[in-house]
Design a protein around this ligand. Structure first.
Ligand SMILES: Cc1ncc(COP(=O)(O)O)c(C=O)c1O
Length: 391
């Protein structure tokens, strides 16, 4: 059997996402001296642009790492060894962040929650209210849980912390919502926001970010956590003139300049968010028309960047994914953690348009048919109707 595949692969996992060819072209530019004046201008431009993406006037630092590095940087730059942190575990990535905190020698208090629902701020309020000694130093939540397709209300979490009159820092993971779903680091009162390059920013993996509030920066000054590579202090010193304390990922930064231009200048964030909302709505309509169940159980918490779908009884979701990959050259997200082989995830974020979505849904529908999954109707047709009506 030939392994040749004509046409292009459909990368419809919820990140890494499709990289636009103009971003790839920018990344392919000749590498420059990272201590040259030309690089300083580039650094200043992208560090300023990132503030627009995080909707902050505070500093954003950037590491040459995957998102996990920015998780670590958020904790080690603000806390002390052995500090207690409150972690809301409602999905695979929240549980991975907790595992990292444990490995660092922090003491997580875990709110073990149902993965099908968003963060319940009242649970955070109760734990903080009971913490009269202010032992908890940070509250960590994931804005958009990529493993489940559930988005949480960060303003409600902030309110819960305020109403409990608690001093804990608020740390938020926006790895799969940043640059796709509205997220306001400053006005939502977040202290450290964690981001990554490979999803809404339409770049390959390899860059990660921390947006930092004034309060987090004050905590950084007294934090004695052992750290070196992830230290904000040196980053900020060098960033002031557009440089970095060590060799930056120069070519990814060329790509970042291009993607920031696309998101902030050419399309505009408001339109980017609306595009993601509309594609997510079309996808959800398709799933319902197939007669399948969306994993997220709360209508108000549906993610606009991905949709997780429960496999119907006794059908392996990985078998459906395998058929779709082999027959139609499309990758879908696998179920993670306790939902391995029980759900599959459609990514509809990043560099994406109506026809890419309808092709994606066609591939899913054909795969379900080949796997003899009983369908109530054509979800693709319902999505086409919605997209045409709202075009
Ligand atoms: C919400 C979320 N947090 C954290 C991570 C971990 O990031 P990385 O795999 O880039 O280290 C991911 C990865 O997909 C994610 O989706």
């Amino acid at each position: 059997m030939t392994t040749f595949r004509s046409g292009r692969h459909f990368l419809q996992i919820p990140g890494p996402t499709n990289v636009p060819s103009r971003v790839l072209a920018a990344i392919a530019s000749p590498t420059i001296d990272h201590r040259s004046p030309e690089f300083g201008e580039l650094g200043e431009e992208v560090l300023t642009g990132l503030k627009g993406i995080f909707q902050t006037s505070n500093p954003v630092v950037m590491f040459p790492s995957s998102g996990t590095g920015a998780w670590e940087a958020a904790l080690t730059n603000t806390l002390k060894l052995g500090d207690t942190v409150l972690m809301y575990e409602a999905g695979y990535f929240a549980s991975q962040w907790k595992r990292l905190a444990l490995r660092l020698g922090l003491e997580p208090i875990v709110i073990d929650a149902d993965w099908r629902n968003p963060v319940d701020p009242s649970k955070i309020f109760d734990v903080l209210k009971a913490d009269v000694a202010n032992k908890i130093k940070a509250v960590c939540v994931v804005h958009n849980e990529t493993s489940t397709g559930v988005t949480s209300d960060i303003t409600a979490v902030r309110r819960a912390i305020n109403e409990a009159s608690h001093q804990a820092l608020l740390m938020v993971d926006t790895i799969s919502s940043l640059g796709s779903v509205d997220y306001q680091h400053d006005s939502w009162g977040v202290d450290v926001t964690v981001g990554g390059s490979q999803k809404g920013l339409m770049l390959p993996p390899g860059l990660s970010f921390n947006a930092i509030s004034k309060k987090a920066l004050e905590e950084h000054r007294t934090s004695n956590f052992p750290r070196s590579y992830w230290d904000w202090g040196e980053q900020l010193e060098h960033n002031a003139s557009g440089f970095f304390p060590y060799t930056p990922a120069t070519n990814l930064i060329f790509g970042l300049r291009e993607s920031l231009k696309m998101l902030l200048v050419e399309e505009g964030l408001i339109h980017v968010f609306e595009r993601h909302r509309r594609h997510a709505e079309a996808t959800r309509r398709a799933v319902r028309a197939w007669g399948l169940n969306i994993f997220c159980a709360d209508e108000k918490a549906h993610s606009n960047t991905l949709t997780a779908i429960l496999s119907p009884d006794n059908t392996s979701s990985n078998k459906i994914r395998k058929t779709i990959l082999e027959k139609f050259d499309m990758s879908l997200g696998t179920g993670l953690g306790k939902y391995a082989d029980k759900i599959f995830r459609i990514g509809h974020l990043g560099y994406f348009n109506d026809l890419m979505l309808t092709a994606t849904l066609s591939g899913v529908e054909m795969g379900l048919m080949l796997e003899n999954v009983p369908l109530k109707g054509s979800g693709t047709q319902v999505a086409l109707d919605y997209l045409a009506k709202t075009a």
